[in-house]
Design a protein around this ligand. Structure first.
Ligand SMILES: Nc1ncnc2c1ncn2[C@@H]1O[C@H](COP(=O)(O)OP(=O)(O)OP(=O)(O)O)[C@@H](O)[C@H]1O
Ligand SMILES: [Mg+2]
Length: 256
């Protein structure tokens, strides 16, 4: 039910070059935001290679694209043509794909099996995800590497765009491109850059960062993240670590 006192959902999307730490930082942000038991957080794994589920210790059984593919099969075989029937099936399936654990819910987008324009199905799904998102205070989207999702407007509803880069010129170039494309394609409220895996303040100060990227801060190279990843353990289990504290201070930097 619509609650007029419910504050607007913040939809936070993380983008950047491959391997810069989008998934690790997404999971850390989910942990930070969900530490307030009154906040409801929806984590969306929008990377076809799925990684956020592992970082959050969640087993994916059904993705949004599994649902989409099943619906396309039904439409193609003539089993489903009625729009109302389609909607109620999707509604049910989406809720069964949503994994919930205390105040965190999780949804994996998956990998589209079928190319081509299934516009009606895509629109319905987008609307459903938007509808589900409305029930949460925060939505954290772990994006795929690069700028395709911004181009395809998967990220349309984003309010807070977080650009992630390592110290490399290439990484910073990629986030600059993402920022430029996003400025054209989506109506976000705020964007900020987080630099990951830096070796200290001295390294940070040497970097040349385009000023319009709004740097929120930097995250140190952190062995806790590395070893949890190696062991396949959930980032939610990390009690405290240098990276955790640094992500927290980036979010507090007048961003969220
Ligand atoms: N601050 C950090 N300190 C140490 N290791 C880190 C840090 N951030 C990320 N890593 C490690 O870097 C690797 C890549 O991180 P992650 O998977 O989060 O990146 P990604 O941007 O999501 O990658 P992909 O583009 O493949 O999805 C992982 O092994 C992760 O453990
Ligand atoms: Mg990832």
């Amino acid at each position: 039910m619509h609650d007029p006192h419910h504050k607007k959902t913040s939809v936070i999307a993380l983008c950047g070059k491959g391997g810069v730490g989008k998934t690790s930082i997404s999971a850390t942000i989910v942990k930070i935001l969900s530490s307030d038991p009154a906040s409801k957080v929806l984590a969306i794994d929008a990377d076809p290679a799925v990684g956020l589920s592992t970082a959050l210790g969640i087993t994916v059984t059904k993705t949004v694209d599994d649902i989409r593919n099943e619906l396309i099969r039904r439409v193609q075989s003539g089993k489903t043509t009625d729009k109302a029937e389609m909607l109620s099936m999707l509604d049910y399936e989406m809720f069964s794909a949503l994994k919930e654990h205390q105040n965190i819910a999780f949804l994996a987008i998956g990998r589209p099996e079928k190319e081509g324009c299934y516009c009606q199905v895509n629109h319905i799904l987008k609307d459903l995800i938007a509808g589900i998102s409305d029930n949460f205070d925060y939505v954290v989207i772990d994006g795929e590497a690069g700028i395709e999702q911004v181009n395809r407007r998967v990220m349309e509803k984003v309010t807070h765009l977080i650009l992630i880069s390592d110290a490399s010129a290439k990484g910073i170039h990629v986030v600059k491109t993402i920022k430029d494309v996003s400025d054209e394609a989506i109506a976000y409220e705020k964007a900020g850059l987080i630099l990951n895996r830096l070796r200290g303040e001295a390294e940070f100060e040497k970097l040349v960062i385009p000023p319009d990227l709004n740097c929120l801060g930097w995250i140190p190279e952190d062995d806790t993240i590395r070893s949890f990843d190696i062991e396949g353990r959930s980032i939610l289990e990390i009690k405290d670590s240098p990276a955790f504290a640094a992500v927290k201070s980036c979010l507090n930097a007048n961003f969220l």
